[in-house]
Design a protein around this ligand. Structure first.
Ligand code: HEC
Length: 193
């Protein structure tokens, strides 16, 4: 009787432990989806408004100033690093993927080549880096038609856009994209206590 109670207790406890881990993971994934969704929609709204008001030169300021500002605000609000990276990068100081992000971007491209839509993809993983545990989240940013003005072929860009980009981004690699291609990813890195 005693033994069977112990057995029963351990049978009941094990799923409990697993569930706690899964719950924490689901919670992180849901929060990460919300934070990257917020970043995506705020950026898109600001970009569209700037394109309408001042055209691409105005919109460059959104990408240069607003994007880092929104990322910083979301990072401070949540205590995470909330950011975006590129498959090819315009601003190497802010947009360069690390090794985990590079692997994730390559996985997204491989899944896309196998027929999966970028909109359906995300990557969630717990990793240990330098002895610290982190939850990491990555979600694809596909290139849309309205991005081509600044990320399409250089000879299709307006002269003023090209001029500003040459001036501000001497190491720019983030051009020559086609609509539907993977432009980069929203990324989150959150320390686990
Ligand atoms: C008006 C020009 C313009 C438009 C339109 C534009 N971008 Fe950008 N984009 C930039 C600039 C400038 C940067 C560099 C920002 C910085 O200094 O960090 C950038 C950076 C990025 C980055 C960060 C990685 C990197 O290369 O530095 C991503 C991702 C990105 N853009 C995606 C997009 C997507 C997706 C769209 C369309 C929805 C878009 N952009 C539309 C100008 C533009």
């Amino acid at each position: 009787m005693k033994i069977s109670r112990i057995v029963l207790a351990s049978v009941l406890m094990v799923p409990g432990v697993v569930l706690a881990g899964e719950n924490a993971r689901d919670h992180f994934r849901d929060e990460a989806r919300a934070a990257t969704g917020e970043l995506a929609s705020e950026l898109m709204q600001a970009l569209q408004a700037a394109m309408q008001e001042g055209g691409p030169p105005e919109a460059i300021a959104v990408c240069r100033d607003r994007a880092p500002a929104i990322k910083t605000r979301l990072s401070l609000e949540r205590g995470w690093r909330v950011s975006r990276v590129g498959t090819r990068v315009r601003n190497p100081l802010l947009g360069m993927p690390d090794a985990w992000e590079r692997r994730g971007l390559a996985e997204f491209q491989a899944r896309h080549a196998d027929g999966e839509a970028y909109a359906d993809m995300e990557k969630v993983e717990q990793v240990v880096e330098d002895g610290q545990r982190f939850n990491r989240y990555l979600r694809p940013i596909p290139l849309q038609g309205q991005c081509l003005a600044c990320h399409g072929d250089r000879d299709q860009m307006s002269a003023d856009i090209r001029g500003i980009l040459d001036d501000r981004y001497p190491h720019d690699q983030a051009h020559g994209y086609q609509a539907g291609e993977l432009r980069g990813a929203f990324t989150i890195k959150a320390p686990v206590d």
